[in-house]
Ligand binder design. Sequence first.
Ligand code: FES
Length: 306
Amino acid sequence: MNRRASKIFRRGPRPVARPRLVEVAESLEQARGLDRAVGAISMAVRRTLHPGRVKDVLHGVPAGHPAHPPLTDVPVGCWASVAVLDLLPGTRRAAQALVAAGIAGAIPTALTGWADWSALHREQQRVGLVHAMGTSTATLLYTASLVARWRGRQGTGRVLGYAGLTALTAGGYLGGHLAFRQAAGASHADPVAHLVPLGWHDLCPASELPDGWPVHRRLGYIGLFVLRTGDDIHVLTDRCSHLAGPLHQGRVITDDNADICVVCPWHGSTFRVADGSVVHGPATGRQPAFESRVLDNGIVQVRPLG
Ligand code: FES
């Protein structure tokens, strides 16, 4: 090794500078001190919210997207507007009405948030818990602000409002970290349209597929869930759209409409194997599905379902 190379080797990689806020959020991901609270609250949420229609609505299954993110617009929009109105003369009643509207909007926002939070990975739950502490503090401060405004103590109401906005901003930052850095709420299914060329693709001999028992097969870069039931062969991408759980390890069931479904082994999302549609959350996004056919030589071919 020449002298220059050995110098480079001794230096090692340069530490990457990260924004301070990101460092704080990432340290929360590893904050094991939160785990007792996370465990207790998770259990309480699971005991309160049983799998079924209400929980699916809270997750956003009927809308096909998580319900929590758009609902946050209501309290954030109302309370940010209050911060502007409080700087202007003659806006007392309007500001008071918007504080109240924000508090009303915070209730469904919190319910949907807790439902989603209860089905996250532990690192996400740690960040999510602190995010919820920030937004709950904001709600309490705005409630106190509303009471102060009702009693005619406008100055106190404004100060409490700005304190609430500060807590909301901190909580909102962590919500952004949870959504965009930790990808809670985004679909984790493989992007089939970008990974699978158009047309039919050989998969495997049909004789390799056990009847009624899901197996894992690969098609290029992506893993597939493959289920043969009699003469039918159902194929979905294997990574669950919720948080990438392995669907081929899930349970196969029949739903109320007699459709065959697979239940994800991680958090119980249920998908129809015929087309990947969501029967029960927490997943809200359809599981990418494939058409299949068996050639005369017994080879199964698949192509993405449009
Ligand atoms: S990974 Fe959560 S339900 Fe599949």
